[in-house]
Design a protein around this ligand. Structure first.
Ligand SMILES: [Zn+2]
Ligand SMILES: [Zn+2]
Length: 347
């Protein structure tokens, strides 16, 4: 990098000129947050800057007393003389890429991002820059997402066939972002939709932000024994698998909505009946295309398959390096390892 506009530290990526961090994983004075997933937005910093679109969601995650300044996409703010502008990343509601500019040099940090259509958040925007810092959660050529419309048709068909044999349909999806995207994508006329409390809390944040979702009922609000679950779709975080929470539904079919469902064997290993490829990250082609569109001469690759991506970029003549971070979305998507905090991460 021409100037030391950004450097990796043990607290997170740091901009010395502006004296701020981006997605710091330890407490810092000024933290700019790309999005509300728990491994990116951590509690304990003195002040935060984030995208206005994600205000309700980030408040739900960081608490009402956190000091957060919200800015609209494209609206620049000066942080100690460094120009900072947030642009949509298309990952979840309020997800942002952070553009940092000083003395004509531009760095963009992608945060997590995807290119597929998703009406629950603003679409990803390509930003030209000198240095691009990208995630690489699904940075292997084997990851190629199918058309989301086709995937939602598969989910609808699976739901209907479960109804025919008298089974409840349990979709496992991360409570922030994925669950709302699934809700928005399915055909809600097929039957009633119920939610786990962690999902319903975020549904409220989405609705408060003006995102329309089909109507849902929180499972805890109904008498499980009096409810006919055989026509129902239930959306819950992956952490419920193997626990007692799911017993109330009687006979059920379970499915995980995740990019990991692309890998044969994952579903069986996890004891799931079905799997649907729904990812909130770019696939391999989307990743490479996004990097090329930035026209960056220098690329830093973070969490995921950083080595593979960096090597491939170097072969294309791009100056690429891997950066150690503590973002963990790619590890924590595994249902068996998920816990309450881990549920807040994504895939
Ligand atoms: Zn994320
Ligand atoms: Zn991430």
């Amino acid at each position: 990098m021409q100037t030391e506009l950004l450097k990796p530290t043990d607290r997170g990526l740091y901009c010395p000129a502006g004296n701020f961090y981006v997605d710091a994983w330890k407490s810092v004075d000024q933290n700019i947050v790309t999005h509300a997933h728990a491994d990116h937005a951590r509690r304990g910093s003195k002040s935060y800057l984030a995208a206005k679109e994600g205000e309700q969601v980030l408040r739900t995650r960081l608490g009402s007393d956190a000091q957060i300044e919200f800015r609209r996409y494209g609206e620049p703010v000066s942080v100690n003389g460094v120009k900072v502008t947030l642009y949509p990343a298309g990952h979840i509601l309020g997800s942002a890429q952070i553009r940092i500019e000083k003395d004509g040099y531009v760095v963009v940090l992608s945060g997590d991002y995807k290119r597929e259509a998703d009406s629950t958040c603003t679409a990803y925007e390509s930003i030209r820059c000198h240095t691009f810092v990208t995630e690489s959660t699904f940075g292997l050529p084997i990851y190629r997402w199918p058309n989301p419309e086709k995937v939602f048709e598969q989910i609808n068909a699976w739901w209907r066939s479960n109804q025919e044999v008298g089974k409840a349909s349990l979709v496992l999806a991360y409570s922030l972002g994925k669950a709302q995207r699934v809700l928005e994508g399915i055909d809600s006329s097929i039957g009633p939709i119920y939610t786990h409390g962690a999902v319903e809390k975020l549904n409220e944040s989405y609705r408060d932000s003006g995102i329309s979702l089909p109507s849902t009922t929180y499972v805890g609000e109904v008498d499980a024994k009096q409810t006919d679950w055989t026509k129902a779709l239930i959306i819950a975080p992956p952490s419920v698998m193997g626990g007692s929470w799911i017993r109330r539904f009687g006979k059920l079919s379970s499915a995980l909505a995740s990019g990991w469902m692309q890998i044969r064997g994952t579903r069986r290993r996890r004891g799931l009946d079905s799997g649907f490829i729904v990812s909130d990250h770019v696939d391999w082609q989307g990743l490479i295309r996004s990097i090329e569109e930035t026209e960056a001469q220098s690329v830093w690759v973070t969490h995921g398959y950083a080595d593979v991506v960096a090597r491939s970029l170097v072969e294309k003549g791009i100056d690429a390096r891997t950066i150690e971070t503590e973002f963990q979305g790619e590890l924590l998507e595994q249902p068996s390892e998920a816990s309450q905090t881990q549920d807040a991460t994504d895939g």
